[in-house]
Write a protein of this length. Structure first.
Length: 192
């Protein structure tokens, strides 16, 4: 990370936007997810814009739609705003039905740019890892925390992996890590 001031500014914005939001367990501050996704992008060679977009990747979807996107573009530029928008499965409130949103997002990933794909993969990797940890803590109750069934969740991760496998040749370490994590989730489903 070369531009520490921009990172600090993005971190403050993310903290402000998501201050009342929690992870699915209802306790963990949402900022923990944003920091983890940003750290994954950083670890796998992301540039400053990708790292900042990782911090802000859920801002449009969860915290204000187009108005928030405009604020991000004004503060961090068109490229960061593009990546954030590209990682959002909707900016509508109320959100469309889960399967409809996820199907459209999968189609979008088939043609999106490499930077957006990297942030998306880091997001899904952290979500999958968090699901595995939560499953270890509460068992099958994990699936009651989601807006989708166990089977639909598995379908979604499987479809994501098909796209990441096809499109992420430039990330030879991130892609297999995500693939192994998804296999672990699929194994959990098959054991229950």
């Amino acid at each position: 990370m070369k531009n520490h001031l921009q990172f600090a500014k993005a971190l403050q914005l993310a903290a402000d936007l998501h201050q009342h939001q929690r992870r699915k367990d209802g306790e963990t501050p949402y900022i923990s997810h944003l920091l983890a996704v940003s750290a994954i992008v950083m670890r796998f060679g992301g540039d400053d814009d990708e790292i900042i977009a990782a911090l802000l990747h859920d801002a449009v979807e969860d915290q204000g739609g187009a108005v928030t996107l405009g604020m991000i573009e004004a503060q961090f530029g068109k490229r960061v705003a593009h990546i954030v928008q590209s990682c959002s499965d909707t900016d509508q409130q109320p959100k469309p039905p889960w399967k409809e949103r996820k199907t459209a997002y999968l189609e979008h990933l088939r043609t999106t740019d490499a930077s957006s794909l990297m942030v998306s993969a880091a997001d899904k990797l952290h979500n999958a890892l968090d699901s595995i940890i939560t499953h270890d803590e509460i068992g099958t109750q994990l699936w009651t925390l989601f807006n989708a069934s166990r089977e639909d969740t598995c379908w979604y991760y499987h479809e994501l992996m098909v796209i990441y496998r096809e499109r992420m040749e430039s990330h030879p370490h991130l892609r297999p890590l995500l693939q192994q994590t998804v296999k672990t989730i699929e194994a959990l489903l098959n054991l229950e």
